[in-house]
Design a protein around this ligand. Structure first.
Ligand SMILES: [Zn+2]
Ligand SMILES: [Zn+2]
Ligand SMILES: [Zn+2]
Length: 377
């Protein structure tokens, strides 16, 4: 099995474009250790440290470069109103006038960090199964010993893409008489017990119907009618062997490729629901992908380093317990802007939130809602 990423793949994954205009995520920059590597001429481009070989935990990552060159623009009052207006237009029964006329009093912006760890693993189990024997080719033990489950080479799907596939284990086949029909390929019909005919359902075999003159019309006075269960054949094809009389038994290898996700969003003191922030669009700050990733030890936001340590520990315990093999891991850190907008409208004050780089809005108590059945999320 080919588990190596080509050099081309890893190079593409590691490329990173820093964009301007820039606004520093102040909270993070203040806590940075000084570091002057990685910034190329002009200061606009950034190159990640080589990640081809797993990094040792004690190796320091140069976080200042990541943070200084990956910045999300500040949300201005104009942007805040635009975001609210487009949010309101997406709701069928929200009025626009409040969004247009409300007075923005204060805006508090925070930059949150979201850490994600994905672990792509493969697990293998084997089970006996059978199918109708049709092709008369039997790859049985006489052709050799079956390979061990993990020695069977298969094409791995693209990394982080879940899939389940089944394979026939080489040299495990044997042919047996069908156990359901005892090798006959069919059974006697249960409706007519093989006779093809049944008692007429209309006259119940009396050949004429009660209180009606003449012969029964359905059976033309014979008292018998063609069996509908078997269409008059007297027997039914065995569903197990599909009439082939024999079954090919073999060991089936079931491979499950699974992607596990660990996610953590840094603390914030604003009242925006956590599930929105978990789904919010973020700006990529750091990406580390390899067959094994090491927990981040020195990220300036300590709770992110701790989350990384927790995530890596949880995933390795889970894969050990499930006897799965890890094929690839990926950990990322993203910046998610979150702005609390305080506003005044018709004598009342309230707040709404703008989150993510695509400026999604959460406005739990928007003043102009005309029905109560709409979801506000
Ligand atoms: Zn029948
Ligand atoms: Zn009849
Ligand atoms: Zn059968």
């Amino acid at each position: 099995m080919d588990r190596d990423l080509s050099d081309e793949d890893s190079a593409a994954d590691l490329s990173f474009e820093a964009e301007s205009p820039l606004e520093p995520p102040g909270e993070l920059l203040e806590r940075l250790p000084s570091c002057d590597c990685l910034v190329q001429g002009g200061g606009q481009q950034i190159f990640f440290p080589p990640l081809e070989a797993p990094r040792r935990p004690q190796q320091q990552t140069c976080w200042s470069s990541f943070l200084q060159h990956s910045r999300v623009p500040m949300v201005t009052e104009e942007v805040a109103r635009e975001a609210l207006l487009s949010f309101v237009s997406s709701k069928c029964c929200y009025g626009r006038s409040a969004a247009r006329d409300l007075v923005i009093q204060q805006m508090k912006q925070q930059m949150l960090c979201r850490y994600r760890l994905e672990t792509f693993s493969e697990s293998r189990i084997s089970e006996w199964t059978f199918q109708p024997f049709t092709n008369h080719v039997v790859d049985g033990p006489r052709r050799g010993t079956s390979p061990k489950l993990w020695d069977i080479k298969v094409q791995v799907p693209p990394m982080f893409q879940e899939e389940t596939r089944k394979f026939q284990v080489p040299h495990s086949s044997l042919v047996k008489e069908c156990h359901k029909c005892h090798g006959r390929g069919h059974y006697k019909c249960s409706g007519c017990h093989g006779a093809s005919m049944v008692r007429c359902p209309s006259c119940s075999g009396a050949k004429r119907r009660a209180k009606q003159p003449g012969r029964c019309q359905l059976c033309a006075g014979s008292g018998r009618h063609r069996c509908s269960t078997c269409s008059g054949r007297g027997n039914k094809t065995c569903a197990t062997c599909k009439g082939e009389k024999k079954l090919l038994h073999f060991v089936q290898l079931v491979i499950v490729w699974k992607n596990s996700l660990f996610e953590f969003v840094s603390e914030h003191r604003l009242n925006c629901p956590a599930q929105l922030l978990a789904k919010a669009k973020g700006e990529n700050l750091f990406k580390d992908e390899n067959t094994t990733v090491y927990p981040l030890a020195d990220f300036p936001l300590r709770e992110i380093s701790l989350a990384s340590q927790r995530g890596v520990a949880q995933h390795s315990a889970a894969t050990l317990a499930s006897r799965a093999r890890v094929l690839q891991q990926r950990q990322t850190i993203e910046l998610i802007p979150l702005t609390e907008v305080s506003y005044w409208y018709q004598g009342k004050t309230s707040v709404y939130y703008i989150y993510g780089t695509d400026h999604r809005v959460y406005a739990a108590d928007y003043p102009e809602r005309f029905c109560c059945s709409c979801t506000i999320l």
